[in-house]
Design a binder for this molecule. Structure first.
Ligand code: PMV
Length: 323
């Protein structure tokens, strides 16, 4: 008998990039989910079917699942998750894992973190291991590091815990659930896919070249996260919007803004939004707009054919059992 579990995608509200340098951020889970079905098999093989990333009947002996992790290989995050789990909870035989995503990978809203969170949670359910959210975060962080050697783990925390989180990328990593109701957020795809890993590297290199300039920018971003936490707790959208605008300006200074994202953000502000910014590593993917204007999607989509309003809402549930 197999089981199906799911995990949500996510959006960064504040603190992206700063969180990588032992910092903090605010991240929210969104109601677009990735499901993972898992079944045990007698033969010691890992079989993966993941049509969204063009994996059909991919097979690897269980003894070889840790060979050559590469972020460009769509099987890597599942293999590394299974490997990390098996090191803590050994089992005989093999596994058949299939995934299905409600959101497109190019939106950049967290397919890798959702697949890692759901795979680990699914395995934990399948084998009755009952790992806590904290343990899953620890294991998932390890699985992601094995594939891409970087990342704050904030996206993973959102996929596991759900809701809207204040996240500290320090030892020990801490997650604080923020009380958020009716966060008036509109999500806009900029029309271009970007590689998170490349942009994290570029920002790291910029910091190495100009530490006296970039370190203070990161410090201000962390102050914005602290102020944003208070504003979100008070549902003070004027203040939260101001902080989003300033964070976008600082992300622009780090070189991760694009013309499409900049146009979306400026047009949204002209249309009266409280705040608008890129969300995540930058270079493309999505912008988020804090607004109660019901026409904002149409206003922004009218600018260009590639721009699309996504029908997703923040503050969604974390990992859960489906069947
Ligand atoms: O591009 P996204 O949505 O995966 O966000 C990346 C956020 C960074 O802070 C730049 C990296 C990280 O691991 O937190």
């Amino acid at each position: 008998m197999g089981i199906t579990v799911s995990a949500p995608a996510k959006l960064f509200l504040l603190g992206e990039h700063a969180v990588v340098f032992d910092g903090t951020c605010i991240v929210t889970a969104v109601n677009s989910r990735l499901s993972v079905s898992l079944e045990r098999s007698d033969e010691a093989l890992l079989t993966i079917n993941a049509p969204d990333v063009r994996l059909t009947n991919y097979q690897k002996p269980m003894s070889a699942i840790s060979e050559q992790f590469d972020k460009a290989d769509a099987s890597s995050f599942i293999r590394s998750s299974v490997a990390v789990f098996a090191e803590r909870c050994a089992f005989d035989g093999g596994l058949s894992i299939s995934t299905r995503s409600e959101f497109k990978r190019e939106y950049g809203i967290g397919s890798s973190s959702a697949v890692v969170a759901a795979t680990l949670f699914g395995l934990s359910q399948l084998f009755g291991a009952e790992f806590s959210h904290e343990e899953l975060l620890h294991m998932g962080f390890e699985a992601i590091q094995r594939v891409q050697q970087l990342g704050s783990g904030a996206d993973l925390a959102a996929a596991i815990y759900g809701g809207t989180l204040y996240y500290e990328n320090r030892s020990p990593r801490t997650v604080v659930a923020l009380p958020v109701e009716n966060l008036p957020l509109v999500v806009i795809y900029s029309g271009y896919k970007a590689s998170t890993v490349d942009y994290v590297w570029e920002v790291g290199k910029l910091r190495d070249r100009h530490p006296e300039v970039i370190n203070p920018i990161i410090e201000v971003m962390l102050t914005i996260v602290e102020q944003g936490r208070l504003a979100i707790e008070e549902a003070n959208w004027q203040t939260f919007g101001d902080l989003m605008n300033i964070q976008h300006g600082l992300l622009h200074a780090l070189g991760v803004d694009t013309s499409s994202l900049a146009h979306i953000v400026l047009r949204a502000r002209e249309a009266g939004a409280w705040g608008a910014k890129l969300s995540g590593a930058g270079g493309g993917d999505c912008a988020i707009i804090l607004t109660d204007n019901p026409h904002i999607g149409t206003i922004l989509e009218d600018m260009n054919d590639r721009i699309a309003k996504l029908d997703i809402q923040p503050n969604a549930e974390g990992v859960r059992l489906e069947i």
